[in-house]
Design a protein around this ligand. Sequence first.
Ligand SMILES: Nc1nc2c(c(=O)[nH]1)N[C@@H](CN(C=O)c1ccc(C(=O)N[C@@H](CCC(=O)O)C(=O)O)cc1)CN2
Length: 224
Amino acid sequence: MQVRERWTKFGIKHAAVVISGTELARQIHREIQRDVEELVAHGNMRPHLGVILVGDDPASHTYVKNKTRAATILGISSDTVVRPSSVSQEELLELIDKMNRDWRVSGLLVQLPLPDHINERAVCNAIAPEKDVDGFHIVNIGKLCLDQRSMVPATPAAVWEMIKRAGIETVGKNVLVAGRSKNVGMPIAMLLHTDRNHERPGAFWVRLMSSGYKGLQSVPRKHP
Ligand SMILES: Nc1nc2c(c(=O)[nH]1)N[C@@H](CN(C=O)c1ccc(C(=O)N[C@@H](CCC(=O)O)C(=O)O)cc1)CN2
């Protein structure tokens, strides 16, 4: 990480932090690889990513290939179900329902965009919220907006990790987010205005403890 400083003509010092995404990605890869192997060593199932890809858009195929390649590197198994762009919404929802109920699938995503005759919102909402690795389900979006523990969309999560790992605090600061898309700009703005210690952390831990969890080492700080 590099810090570049300069003074403006008004006598205000500006500091630009140059973050190495490549180095951070390597570090995060190592952490996830270790977490996955630890999970498996403790007798848990190896995480499995289910991917649904509709149509033949080359960019979508490339994104999916990159995601499944990354999963393999991390020790996560995956499979991609491809459907033609003529697939009906009903068929797609049935496929999602089947994968929701498949205990071997721990995470599920449908690559976007979808053909015009398919309602993207209905598809995102059909994925079981606890398997929704994209964080596009209305429940996960709502939880993110309320600062509750949730699945967070990948690109905003990556931005958040880079900022946090560079030691930059954003709570109470003025931040300019260029773009307000539902899957990137909006969630980034939501993430940056919170310290991610979560609203009502007590309620989460009470639920966790009453479910028999014994491994708790520390409780999160109270939300300011
Ligand atoms: N199910 C999903 N579908 C789509 C998602 C998604 O997160 N989940 N996002 C995009 C496609 N996509 C990943 O699948 C994706 C596209 C572009 C980027 C991105 O960060 N682009 C950078 C440029 C990066 C580079 O070229 O080095 C940018 O635009 O500045 C991230 C993810 C739609 N579908």
